[in-house]
Design a protein. Structure first.
Length: 245
């Protein structure tokens, strides 16, 4: 079995070590015997979403985000079709903003986005920075991540991915974060998120493989270090929440 991962704007949207999501996903897919090919694609490349099993986009500066958006807008209809046809998308950091209706920058300039999901984004003068813990319907284990947002989503999210335990939702005073629609997974959380969350990593590996072979026989996952790192974080931060409450 072969998987092709499109790593979009690897050179522009590459802050916070987010390429770790691709590295660990590739490693675990290969551990299961999958042949993985990564296509490193940027604004000089033509995109063909029919050729990819997973599309990944990570976090970048506000300036680089707008450069990537200009290129991505050419593929708006193809992206809509791909999402509706259950193509897998993993989108982290401020790349999630590309899939809303508009982005209003700090100079109040309005940037048209892909309009896949009906939310608008406003860049703020403040930043929302915190270690965060969330719960999700995807797995039983709490999800940890780091928030470093310069923007807020101005609308209620119709398809939230996470519910806040500790931290901030997609805007101040929100209890919801991210987007999960069909096989689209988007979140502001960085870290990298699937590198820090072994159960979430296993969920993605299993879901990706089962989309091609529902009867696939999985090997045991070797994630001892990932579980130890995860548990260390939970012991430090989650215990504090229990004490406060």
């Amino acid at each position: 079995m072969k998987f092709t991962i499109a790593y979009l704007y690897y050179d522009l949207l590459n802050l916070y070590g987010e390429n770790g999501n691709i590295k660990i996903l590739k490693k675990q897919l290969e551990h299961q015997g999958i042949n993985v090919s990564i296509k490193f694609l940027t604004i000089d490349d033509e995109l063909d979403f029919d050729q990819y099993d997973l599309v990944y986009i990570g976090a970048g500066t506000e300036h680089n985000q707008k450069i990537a958006l200009k290129h991505l807008l050419k593929y708006k209809e193809q992206i809509k079709e791909a999402i509706e046809n259950d193509k897998f998308f993993l989108v982290t950091g401020n790349a999630i903003e590309l899939f809303g209706k508009y982005i209003y920058d700090k100079n109040k300039k309005k940037h048209k986005a892909l309009d896949i999901f009906k939310f608008t984004v406003k860049e703020e003068e403040f930043r929302m920075i915190d270690e965060a813990i969330f719960k999700t319907d995807l797995i039983d284990q709490e999800v940890i991540g780091f928030q470093n947002q310069n923007s807020v989503i101005k609308d209620n999210l119709k398809y939230p991915l996470f519910t806040v335990i500790k931290g901030i939702g997609s805007y101040p005073n929100s209890t919801k974060e991210g987007i999960h629609y069909r096989n689209f997974y988007g979140t502001y959380l960085i870290g990298p998120i699937i590198g820090r969350n072994p159960e979430l990593l296993k969920y993605f590996v299993r879901t990706l493989i089962k989309s091609k072979n529902p009867n696939f026989k999985f090997k045991s996952f070797d994630l001892k270090l990932e579980y130890e790192a995860y548990q260390h974080f939970i012991n430090k931060f989650y215990r504090d929440i229990i004490t406060i409450n």
